[in-house]
Design a protein around this ligand. Structure first.
Ligand SMILES: Cc1cc2nc3c(=O)[nH]c(=O)nc-3n(C[C@H](O)[C@H](O)[C@H](O)COP(=O)(O)OP(=O)(O)OC[C@H]3O[C@@H](n4cnc5c(N)ncnc54)[C@H](O)[C@@H]3O)c2cc1C
Length: 436
């Protein structure tokens, strides 16, 4: 009898085969810090790249900051201008999200430090954004209101509505007028939009809620340290914005630099004191404090100075984009605005893909889509590709642009319904005082 042994594998092959089946080579990991305009766009732009994308943020949502002032003035609820990151990027297979606080970066070890341990990276995109710049004015930091996140907007809403409730109960005329005096500081788009919306909330809506209060006791002031509003716009539009604000009962004052406030009084440089319980600070922005602690070269506003390809000098695997990045175009720093963050995100994602293919990175080129500012009902100014528009046409343009940019069909729909309701019925739905 012949013993026939049938080998399960040819000998030569079995000798070559290791005991453990090899895993496919791990793909490079791109860690993105910040799920704002820049970070979210970068994650999306890498959806087809041969990488794993890990997005880190301290919040589980993406916030549409340009409409925050409407939350502060009771026009919209926070969930109408924010959306969970996991829902936005649910369909992206190379994507993971972690809700963590980023506390630093170890560039040598290629690890992001977080409150939940280190996160290693092959490529890093820092899209940390900005924060309110109080220029070291401690009284304003303590007693004024900034407008950067959802909690700021709700704090303003609660405080303004609370001032009206307290004013109704206040027998002393002077104290009542101080409760009903609202000071907005900063004549940029946020200050202009905030002052216009606040005045309309009071004159069109709250006046009906508080019939026993004398509307003549109410003041909304917009204080600007220079001699102009909306500085980058042409003179004709700047003047139109100021005129419209006056028509909407906002007292616009130029050359008025605020120095201090204590929750009952606002003090200007030069000594003038305005009795006012509310100061909303829209006079400055800077990169988040973390950028200064990373050990990277920073420039104006604490922003990280990046190369034209958006990389960090000496760390070509690290990109900084959006408000946190400092880059000049035509001798001027790129503004801390959403289109800059979005376009930089696209460029950084493209440069990462190019590096993976062994191609050199391309320099970032900013295309300015123009600027818009609304001044309440039926009024706005727009400056797009050298063409200036004001009034109703600019206002409709503003509405369309903002609805298109909002993320999520549900948010678009609810915001549209809200705006239509407020427009036709002179209402503001979100007038609850949820905390004082
Ligand atoms: C009130 C307001 C109104 C504005 N209006 C306009 C406008 O009308 N038009 C316009 O173009 N621009 C406007 N801007 C500016 C615009 O919102 C910013 O330029 C844009 O958001 C910058 O995008 P970004 O990705 O750099 O940062 P952001 O969008 O600010 O995102 C940064 C993200 O990083 C996260 N983050 C920060 N630090 C940490 C940390 N340590 N750990 C974890 N996560 C962290 C934050 O939670 C945030 O999600 C406005 C800004 C504000 C505040």
């Amino acid at each position: 009898m012949t013993d026939i042994t049938i080998p399960t594998q040819p000998e030569a092959l079995s000798r070559r085969q290791p005991a453990v089946v090899p895993q496919p080579a791990a793909r490079p990991r791109v860690v993105i810090v910040g799920a704002g305009f820049g970070g979210l766009r970068a994650a999306r732009a890498l959806r087809k790249a041969p990488v794993d994308v890990v997005l880190l943020d301290r919040h589980n949502y993406h916030l549409f900051q340009p409409l925050l002032y409407q939350v502060a003035t009771a026009g919209l609820e926070p969930e109408q201008i924010a959306r969970p990151v996991r829902a936005i990027l649910r369909g992206q297979t190379n994507f993971a999200f972690r809700m963590v606080e980023v506390t630093g970066v170890d560039f040598a070890a290629r690890e992001v430090a977080t409150d939940n341990g280190p996160v290693p990276y092959d490529y890093l995109v820092l899209a940390l954004g900005g924060e309110t710049n109080y220029f070291g004015l401690e009284g304003i930091m303590r007693s004024g209101f900034g407008l950067k996140g959802v909690s700021d907007a709700l704090a303003i809403r609660n405080h303004v509505l609370g001032c009206f409730e307290r004013a109704v109960l206040e027998p002393d005329g002077e104290r009542r007028r101080a409760l009903l005096t609202f000071v907005v500081v900063g004549g940029g788009p946020t200050g202009v939009e905030m002052a216009g919306a606040l005045s309309e909330l009071i004159r069109l809506v709250l006046v009906k809620d508080y019939p026993r209060l004398n509307i003549k006791d109410v003041r909304v002031l917009l204080l600007e340290a220079t001699d102009r509003l909306l500085a980058p716009m042409p003179e004709r539009l700047r003047e139109a914005a100021a005129e419209t604000l006056w028509r909407k009962h906002v007292e616009v004052r130029f050359g008025a630099a605020v120095e201090d406030c204590d929750g009952a009084r606002v003090r200007l440089k030069g000594g003038e004191v305005i009795p006012a319980h509310t100061l909303i600070w829209a006079a400055g922005a800077k990169a988040v404090a973390l950028t200064a602690k990373l050990g990277l070269p920073t420039a104006r506003q604490g922003r990280v100075a990046v190369t034209p390809t958006l990389q960090v000098p000496d760390h070509p695997e690290v990109y900084v984009i959006g408000d946190a990045a400092y880059l000049e175009a035509g001798g001027e720093p790129l503004p801390m605005m959403a289109p800059v963050a979005l376009q930089m995100a696209q460029a950084a994602a493209r440069n990462i893909s190019r590096r993976l293919r062994g191609e050199p990175p391309l320099a970032f080129q900013y295309r300015d889509p123009g600027s818009l500012a609304t001044i309440g009902r039926n009024a706005a100014v727009a400056y797009i590709h050298g063409i200036g528009v004001k009034g109703f046409v600019a206002w409709v343009t503003w509405l369309i642009v903002h609805i298109i940019q909002l993320i999520g069909f549900r948010n678009k729909l609810f915001v549209l319904i809200n705006w239509a309701w407020d427009y036709f019925f002179y209402e503001r739905a979100a007038r609850l005082i949820t905390k004082e």
